[in-house]
Design a protein around this ligand. Structure first.
Ligand SMILES: NC(=O)c1ccc[n+]([C@@H]2O[C@H](COP(=O)([O-])OP(=O)(O)OC[C@H]3O[C@@H](n4cnc5c(N)ncnc54)[C@H](OP(=O)(O)O)[C@@H]3O)[C@@H](O)[C@H]2O)c1
Length: 184
């Protein structure tokens, strides 16, 4: 069984995006547009994301008009989107819409992943739901040298140090990379 990993870039004060869902603060950092593949989760079979993250991905790369880019960016990946709405899907993309309790949906996500890892991309509330259900194995953060006055919070939860074990801390150019194992 693969691992469930949250991995995202974040500001030093804990935001994933600004109030308008923009990642401009991230892409202004030198080298951010071409992230080091060694910093991203390996052997991933499934992406899991909330609807705002999914819509940002669609809009940022105009993926509905250019569905071939979806295959280029996410080859062989099954994407689960948590939403209560009907959202569009790029032609040919394997996007599955789910809603409700994480523990109800998790068996089908695990089955789709098989032995591969599951990458929870965001946002913070969805990350919180995975932690609430003891369903996260690894929390990985790439911290950008930037702060935001407000926006989408990384993790709107109280999490004690008894739940997280630091297993890696390193510099990656202008970024700081922190990886935690979630204790169950
Ligand atoms: N910095 C990074 O590396 C990074 C990584 C990922 C995302 N981001 C950005 O961070 C922002 C995250 O946005 P966000 O915090 O608003 O979160 P989000 O998780 O992307 O979207 C939240 C929405 O997901 C749906 N949802 C969540 N849990 C659900 C559940 N259990 N059942 C049904 N629907 C559920 C709800 O939408 P409905 O109204 O559709 O039901 C909810 O309003 C986005 O702008 C994204 O682009 C940044």
């Amino acid at each position: 069984m693969g691992e469930i990993i949250f991995d995202a870039a974040v500001t030093i004060n804990g935001y994933l995006a600004d109030e308008k869902h923009s990642l401009a603060w991230l892409f202004e950092v030198p080298g951010a547009a071409e992230p080091d593949p060694d910093l991203l989760p390996a052997n991933v079979g499934v992406h899991v994301e909330g609807s705002n993250t999914y819509q940002w991905l669609l809009e940022n790369e105009d993926l509905l008009a250019h569905p071939e880019k979806w295959q280029e960016f996410y080859p062989g990946i099954v994407t689960y989107v948590f939403t209560t709405r009907d959202l569009p899907v790029p032609d040919g993309a394997d996007v599955r819409f789910v809603s409700g309790d994480i523990s109800t949906v998790l068996p089908q996500i695990r089955e789709a992943a098989g032995d591969k890892n599951i990458w929870v991309l965001g946002g913070g509330e969805l990350l919180g739901q995975f932690l609430d259900h003891g369903a996260l194995d690894t929390l990985a953060l790439t911290i950008a040298p930037a702060a935001l006055a407000g926006g989408a919070a990384l993790l709107p939860r109280n999490i004690g140090s008894e739940q997280l074990e630091l297993i890696q801390a390193k510099q990656a150019g202008p970024f700081a990379r922190l990886v935690y194992r979630v204790k169950h």
